[in-house]
Design a protein around this ligand. Structure first.
Ligand SMILES: [Zn+2]
Ligand SMILES: [Zn+2]
Ligand SMILES: [Zn+2]
Ligand SMILES: [Zn+2]
Ligand SMILES: [Zn+2]
Length: 306
């Protein structure tokens, strides 16, 4: 939510606590709320709770992200999906480690209009279970078009081939370019590339993984992040001697030319923070001491003072 919406929501909540009925704009906002806010909205007052519970619209795109993910059980998933009354279009479960094959199968059978199924890091799922759900969602002209399964164990070429067949994806389609920085910086949900499946076969190790392209001029290298380490700033590889690997204060690896450009640097270790969203919010004052150095400094003084 933007600042305006937030202050609007806050003043509306205050009015409700004073016994006024909620502003009708609040009912419009609930359609766009992330799940965690949607669930807490229900606690505000009865009319909002009724609106959230009985309105189908806020529930058509279900996306469960951390910190809710680790708590999502099959039963809670069924309750959340039931609110869409069979009209779910997006099922995005990010790192939901408790969800089982039979749960996504039941959800797939009850929601034939799912077009996006994102299951990265749902490590209790098996690839056979996912294939079964994908089959359900693609047969009888059902329209699953996008699947994300990065982090699911034991996917082999044969599985990938089956999934591509179900999704009518043929190899003559040129895969879209995928850059490391972009991937690291966007959430799975916002990262809508054109490829129907996020993983493919790494040309270097032959494993089914996310494959990245190189941003360097004239370098055509492609490979998973294990085969070809890349700079989180520019998505370039370190294949040429021109670029050394440098570490940032946030423990990401960057290339020497990005290291020169990143300012300011920690007064102690001379490492900068990188520009990824999660790292950029760490302090960027002209003279700063990074978290690592702070922690080291605090423990050493504590030890010497004893
Ligand atoms: Zn590889
Ligand atoms: Zn770089
Ligand atoms: Zn390269
Ligand atoms: Zn430092
Ligand atoms: Zn970083």
């Amino acid at each position: 939510m933007g600042d305006d919406e937030e202050s609007f929501a806050e003043s509306s909540m205050a009015a409700i606590r004073n016994g006024e009925s909620p502003h009708e704009g609040l009912f419009l906002i609930i359609t766009y709320l992330p799940l965690i806010d949607l669930l807490s909205t229900r606690a505000v007052c009865r009319s909002l709770r009724d609106a959230v519970n009985h309105d189908v619209l806020p529930w058509l795109q279900l996306s469960v992200t951390p910190p809710l993910s680790s708590r999502l059980s099959d039963n809670i998933l069924f309750q959340l999906c039931a609110k869409a009354r069979g009209r779910l279009t997006t099922l995005a479960l990010i790192n939901c480690t408790k969800i089982t094959d039979s749960a996504i199968q039941i959800v797939s059978e009850n929601n034939p209009f799912i077009t996006k199924m994102y299951l990265p890091g749902c490590t209790s799922l098996t690839i056979d279970g996912i294939i079964r759900s994908v089959k359900t969602l693609t047969e009888n002209s059902h329209t699953l078009t996008s699947l994300k399964i990065n982090g699911i164990y034991n996917i082999d070429k044969h599985h990938l081939q089956m999934l591509n067949t179900f999704l009518h994806h043929h190899h003559h389609n040129q895969p879209s370019l995928r850059f490391y920085q972009q991937f690291k910086n966007s959430s799975v949900i916002n990262n809508d590339d054109d490829d129907p499946i996020d993983v493919s076969i790494c040309p270097k190790c032959d494993e089914v993984r996310i494959v990245f392209d190189c941003s360097r001029n004239d370098c055509k290298c492609r490979g998973c992040e294990i085969c070809i380490p890349r700079c989180v700033e520019c998505s370039g590889c370190f294949e040429s001697d021109e670029y050394e690997e440098e570490e940032t204060a946030c423990n990401h690896v960057i290339c020497s030319s990005c290291w020169l450009l990143l300012l300011p640097k920690c007064s102690f270790c001379n490492k900068p923070y990188c520009n990824l969203n999660d790292c950029r919010r760490l302090l960027h004052l002209p003279n700063f001491i990074c978290d690592n150095c702070c922690a080291r400094f605090v423990t050493t003084t504590a030890v010497t003072e004893e």
